[in-house]
Design a binder for this molecule. Sequence first.
Ligand code: ZN
Length: 506
Amino acid sequence: MAYSRVGAVGLFGLNAYAARVEVTLLEGVPEFDITGLPDTGVQESRKRIAAALKNSGIPLKSVRRIVNISPASVRKTGSGFDLAICAALLSAQGTVEILPDDAFVGELALSGELNPIQGILPMALALKESGSKRVFLPSDNAKEASVLDGIEIIPVSDLNALIRHLTGLQPIPPTPRYIPTAEEYAYAVDFADVKGQKHAIRAIEVAAAGFHNILMVGIPGVGKSMIAKRIPTILPPMTFDESIQTTRIYSVAGLINPDKPLIIERPFRACSHTASAAGIVGGGAVPSPGELSLAHNGVLFLDEFPEFRRDVLEGLRQPLEDGTIHITRSAAKTEYPCRIMLVAAMNPCPCGNYGNKHTACTCTDIARIKYREKISGPIMDRIDIHVELSGISYDDIKSGKSYDTSERIKARIMKSREVQSDRYRGMPFNVNSEIPSNLTKQYCTMTADAETIVKAAFDTLGLSPRGHDRLLKVARTIADLNGAEHIEKIHAMLAVQLRAMDRKQK
Ligand SMILES: [Zn+2]
């Protein structure tokens, strides 16, 4: 009896799991069975493997072949097991020798070449964590996997190249680790490009410092999208772990740029109000990540916020609260992370001209109120800061002055983040927006003057307890940006200003 066992890997959603492919060759009628909960895609690998071997001129012994993929409890999907099954077959019949800590992943073309597959990064990570020393994968996937250290990446172009390597005839050099260059870290846009709108960008600075969600209200053409697009440029640089987390999601979605396989810029995802709930939250039979997850560790921008369908906005509530999306599909569960800064934008009224000095608003009072009511309630409860953008003045254009450069804003934000992470050391959160409500009082300490302002705001604006907490957290961030230990009167006053929609509702 000939037997072989090789390392393999499977994927469900974002979750990759290390697997094993076993092959036994038996005397008897030539057959080719695969067990271990394979779906049709995996079953079809029998035909791909037979054709690929034949077209590569590699003889396959005419015997009974039994293939088992473990763990047996997990349904195996897709074509990524082709290479592991093929390697195990070749090893069982003595064509090649495979080391115990070798793993294989990739889809075979009928020609014997390897096709790239989606999700290679989480797969390579799972293999590394399960103790594999080396992974053989399609050449076109090699750079994507090479962002990891601690596991050797062997790029395979076709079956003959694999055999030459495994028999020692012609070793394939491992892919060198990919380390992004300094130029790749540079963003193409900058806050220095935005003329005027100092009040709004200052609010954005506060929002980015405390990782608060923000709503911008302003007439069309005033620069809301332009400002939103530049928010990633002032957030702290991604840590390597954050880069890997975000890159995994893009890997599963098949959205990796092969030349820049590691995502090192915080993502900016803009979503149109015509997007479906599945497009935003994620879904499908084999769940693919939605915009919320593609924005993980970065910014999700929802323009024309009141135009989004109610069920779509409602669907954002739980993910925004937890930073995670839970998806269940036919008894299998998967999770996608979505720790994002939500940036929403809206016109002041349906026609867009309410408050415009140059064009009159044609909306009725009732239409305006209804428009704002569309975003009221639970979703507004997740948005800490609201800011109104004024029209661009002639002076703004003439002076050409901007609020500040992205680099300088980022430096201030990073300083305030240090203060925040020192304060929350050992806690499960590290930014002000994530202070749980039972700890708000402990961390958002105020001077007596500041408390007077907050109390007045609470009484006149009719804030809810949650609204009150949000006001305190924003004031905490403003105090941190100013290096103050306690929230002072001026910080509280600025925070009240950054709750524009509360004032409007009165
Ligand atoms: Zn109007």
